[in-house]
Design a protein around this ligand. Structure first.
Ligand code: SAM
Length: 282
């Protein structure tokens, strides 16, 4: 599906379109969809990935913010029966309703060559919304892919990596060079796949407290975890109590980024007990 539309691409909407079927074919083949499942595509553009998704999935619903693309897409897909388009901003539409209306009782996958200007907000919205997605396969800037795939202790590992890894296991599928897009972006890309946990391995007693601990742990990398947590929870518990809790890791001077999700969950549970004055069971 070549770009023969004379469509003027909008930089402000992250419109760097894929130029050959090779990469979209591979994305569709590796996104986990099959003929029993549905796919939500974000940002179909001129439909190059949509075409491959319609080949592997039972049904595809593609959400595109740019109203100028909708008539072009409608014409290109007028003979394809398992694809429909919604003209909306994915961050503002009601995904639960879209899933109920289109994919009732089916496994649902998300697949996208994401607009770079809102990659992280879209990924976090898809994970935090509790939509029950099976997988989320997205093309993002290579640097973002490397950050999301990094491990605890790596210099790239941060609050977003930790949060994404709380919801899903993350894997890089392959790198994609900038030469595969029109217009050609300044940076290379990579495709990552998030296999969303049905049953999360980390189970904090209080998710709000857990996310505040994550934020505190990575916000200021030069501070010790005690000082970072003091700026987040200082109105609820004392420095002595926070020091006592952090010391349970074996090092009262530890920095947040050195701790894995299990350890941060443990700390959040201890803080939660102190804030809500919960007694240990006897
Ligand atoms: N899928 C096409 C491809 O691979 O060639 C286009 C990908 S292009 C990187 C990103 C697409 O997302 C564009 O079509 C853009 O208009 C659309 N888009 C940007 N922001 C959006 C949003 N908030 N909601 C839905 N679509 C959006």
């Amino acid at each position: 599906m070549a770009d023969n539309s004379n469509f003027n691409k909008k930089h402000s909407l992250g419109q760097n379109f894929l130029t050959s079927d090779r990469i979209p074919t591979r994305i569709a083949d590796e996104c986990g969809a099959d003929k029993e499942s549905g796919v939500i595509e974000i940002g179909p553009g001129l439909g190059i990935l949509t075409k491959q998704l319609s080949r592997v999935a039972a049904k595809v619903v593609a959400i595109e913010i740019d109203s100028e693309l909708i008539p072009i897409l409608a014409e290109r897909f007028n003979e394809v029966t398992n694809v429909s388009f919604i003209n909306a901003d994915v961050l503002k539409c009601n995904l639960k309703e879209i899933i109920k209306d289109n994919f009732y009782g089916m496994k649902v996958h998300v697949c996208a060559n994401l607009p770079y200007y809102i990659t992280t907000p879209i990924i976090m919205m898809l994970l935090e919304g509790d939509y029950g997605f099976d997988t989320i396969t997205v093309m993002v800037q290579k640097e973002v892919a490397d950050r999301l795939c990094s491990k605890c202790g790596d210099k790239n590992y941060g609050a977003v990596t930790a949060s994404v890894n709380y919801y899903a296991s993350v894997k890089k599928l392959f790198n994609v060079s900038a030469a595969n897009f029109s217009p050609k972006p300044k940076v290379d890309s990579a495709v990552i796949r998030l296999d969303v946990y049905k049953d999360k391995p980390i189970k904090p007693d209080n998710e709000d407290v857990f996310f505040k601990v994550l934020k505190g742990a990575f916000e200021n990398r030069r501070k010790t975890l005690v000082n970072s947590l003091l700026s987040v929870f200082g109105t609820d518990i004392s420095k002595e109590e926070i020091t006592e809790i952090v010391s349970l890791t074996g090092n009262p001077l530890v920095r947040g980024e050195a701790l894995d999700l299990n350890q941060l969950c443990f700390i959040s549970n201890e803080i939660n007990k102190k804030i809500y004055k919960l007694e240990e069971p006897r």
